[in-house]
Write a protein that binds this ligand. Structure first.
Ligand SMILES: Nc1nc2c(ncn2[C@@H]2O[C@H](COP(=O)(O)OP(=O)(O)O)[C@@H](O)[C@H]2O)c(=O)[nH]1
Ligand SMILES: Nc1ncnc2c1ncn2[C@@H]1O[C@H](COP(=O)(O)OP(=O)(O)O)[C@@H](O)[C@H]1O
Length: 190
């Protein structure tokens, strides 16, 4: 008998470090089952199908939605679609694994509707200025796209109170340790 939460949803504003913290967890906490999302966005150099995402065509994504195979899905940043494949998550949960979904706010709200008992964790930046620094420093968006993401980030930051817990991503290792603790797991010794 264990009371540890089996499904944890991690969301937060753009460039807060969701991907960085999730990658850290994938590399350091093999006991966490990190969901691999489907997306219509093309792979970036170095991204591996089935590891970082399942890269699918728009029509394959349509089929997954039509068949009811998506636990949640959303158009993120006004462009590509991203979604969580229901069956893989349900199987991992049935096997008693500690499941982590790194998804956007729209997706987190959908999971809240269908799985209200899941553990909802909001990843917050140490400050607005630091978040802007990370977004600009990452250098993967044009200035126009950065501006659009910052507008969305204002709405996303306002949703923090919808979550069960907030983790501030000041330091990646520390934030990851707090997150795994919230998942009912024991952080690695330092
Ligand atoms: N709703 C939803 N959002 C997702 C899913 N997978 C990734 N995202 C979000 O999609 C956004 C874009 O992710 P990505 O293309 O990897 O990188 P980015 O564009 O550099 O942030 C991030 O905000 C992720 O949280 C998913 O399965 N469902
Ligand atoms: N704790 C941190 N301290 C400093 N920089 C960070 C931290 N976490 C992430 N970053 C950096 O911030 C940028 C955005 O992180 P990323 O994981 O791509 O964000 P998201 O997935 O939330 O959009 C990246 O350049 C990343 O290296």
């Amino acid at each position: 008998m264990s009371d540890k939460p089996t499904l944890t949803v991690l969301a937060g504003p753009t460039a807060v470090g969701k991907g960085t913290v999730s990658t850290y967890i994938r590399d350091h906490y093999p006991q966490v089952w990190l969901s691999v999302s489907a997306t219509t966005r093309p792979p970036r150099p170095g991204e591996i199908n089935g590891v970082h995402y399942y890269f699918v065509s728009a029509s394959d994504f349509d089929d997954l939605v039509a068949k009811g195979s998506m636990l949640e899905w959303a158009v993120v940043h006004g462009r590509n679609r991203y979604g969580t494949i229901r069956e893989t998550v349900e199987r991992a949960m049935a096997e008693g694994k500690s499941v982590l979904l790194e998804i956007d706010l729209q997706g987190a709200r959908q999971v809240k509707q269908t799985m209200p008992d899941a553990n909802f964790v909001f990843l917050a930046p140490p400050s607005w200025e630091e978040m802007v620094r990370r977004l600009v420093g990452r250098g993967t968006e044009t200035p126009e796209e950065q501006q659009q993401r910052l507008e969305t980030a204002k709405l996303e930051l306002a949703a923090e109170s919808e979550f069960d817990h907030t983790v501030i991503n000041d330091d990646v290792q520390r934030a990851a340790e707090e997150l795994v603790s919230l998942m009912g797991l024991v952080p690695n010794p330092r």
